[in-house]
Design a protein. Structure first.
Lengths: 244, 170
């Protein structure tokens, strides 16, 4: 079982190949990108380009073969209207939470909460100066994420990455703490699933917020899995680099 | 219990704001304005992806894919309606929103698949975008196992969302 898991991880690590392909498309998609892994964004854009085109082409072919052309045509004309409808529905909620969270930010709620997380985060980020700028930015970023403060979390996260780079002298290879931090951010840790709840309400859910306990448990498990695998793979990928 | 969370949360923010002498109304309006800007940023992508998903679904191609993967998803107890959502979630935020909207219009939000989709949207993040933005500011070229670990987290999230909905809501 253990070797099976290891093999799967090796397979995922080969994902690097796709990233390298994406680098080649970087200049095409992201002319201003000078290096680093901004090409990850290039990759997402690259994948979306193909997903988008292939879906539309397959729809036309499939519709013709299956004789569903009427519905496909209707979908082509109607979906954009539905998209705007969906967007308008979400707009109010997004602005409401954006406004509320700005008040929370100005009331220094993020500072207070980030103090509470320090003892916990100390165990995740090892070998980091607890009073340093990087650790402070990490605490603030995680708090902002928890509160759903997307607009505030990203600049704080970028600040944390920049300071990690300075404090750990990383060069061109990501450090253990950097990986931990990015994994923490890619596993969503928002406390209140506002977008999901608003959409549930739009489509007539009897209890839009009933998913809250499930969301919290799922987030916690996903986060734990991400962090444990990041810690476990740390030695493995370092070894791999040394062999090269 | 769930009904209490949001009103109490809002009230607490207001109390904290007043205690810290924040101009709560102007700051609220300012924050809403910021969100308005970023919300309009996602609209074009949402239109593009909802058109693609709408046509794909109407052509019957989605049913064929769902039927093909159903043995695996049945084994994992994962609703087949949520497969497209799991596939697009790590790649595109607006894509996930578009798929989520289309799932909820097909099945009731209070059905098993509707609830699992809601938990997925609430508990996972756009992995590639986030990793890209964060590494983009540094000189890092070798991200080592970042993507592997992030996708592990996403996959755990998908499995757990089905499991928690089954255990807690059904």
């Amino acid at each position: 079982m253990e070797s099976f898991a290891k093999n799967i991880y090796k397979l995922i690590l080969k994902y690097d190949i796709f990233l390298k392909i994406a680098i080649n498309f970087r200049s095409y998609i992201y002319p201003e990108c000078k290096g680093g892994y901004a090409c990850l964004a290039g990759m997402a854009v690259f994948m979306l380009k193909w997903i988008f085109a292939v879906m539309l082409i397959i729809s036309a072919i499939f519709g013709a073969v299956e004789g569903n052309m009427g519905q496909v045509c209707e979908a082509a004309l109607n979906s954009s209207v539905e998209a705007v409808d969906l967007f308008l529905y979400l707009l109010g909620g997004m602005c409401m939470w954006g406004g509320l969270m700005r008040v929370a930010e100005k009331a220094k709620l993020t500072d207070i909460l980030s103090e509470l997380f320090r003892p916990f985060l100390k165990h995740i980020f090892k070998g980091l100066d607890m009073n340093g700028g990087a650790f402070r930015a990490i605490c603030m970023n995680i708090t902002a994420n928890l509160l759903g403060l997307g607009n505030a979390a990203t600049p704080l996260g970028l600040e944390a990455m920049r300071r990690l780079e300075q404090e750990e002298h990383t060069g061109d290879t990501a450090s253990r703490n950097m990986i931990m931090f990015v994994v923490l951010n890619t596993a969503s840790i928002t406390l209140i699933p506002t977008t999901a709840a608003s959409l549930r309400m739009k489509f007539g859910s009897a209890a839009p917020m009933e998913i809250l306990p499930c969301v919290l448990i799922t987030s916690a498990c996903a986060l734990a899995a991400g962090l444990i695998s990041a810690a476990a793979l740390d030695g493995m990928t370092l070894g791999r680099r040394k062999k090269e | 219990m769930s009904d209490h969370v949001i009103p109490i949360f809002i009230a607490l923010i207001m109390i904290a704001g007043l205690v810290k002498r924040v101009d709560v109304f102007s700051e609220f309006v300012e924050g809403a304005k910021e969100s308005l800007g970023s919300a309009f940023g996602i609209l074009p992508a949402l239109i593009a992806l909802m058109t693609a998903i709408g046509m794909f679904k109407a052509s019957g191609a989605l049913d064929v894919i769902s039927a093909a993967v159903s043995p695996i998803t049945e084994f994992l107890g994962f609703p087949k309606e949520c497969i497209p959502l799991a596939l697009i979630r790590p790649i595109s935020g607006s894509g996930a929103l578009a798929v989520f909207g289309s799932i909820l219009s097909d099945v009731s939000p209070d059905s098993y698949a509707g609830r699992v989709a809601s938990v997925i949207v609430g508990s996972t993040e756009t992995t590639f975008y986030t990793a890209a933005v964060y590494y983009g500011i540094t000189k890092i070229k070798k991200t080592r196992h970042t993507i592997a670990s992030s996708l592990t987290a996403d996959f755990t999230g998908f499995i757990m969302s089905a499991l928690t909905v089954r255990l807690l809501l059904h």
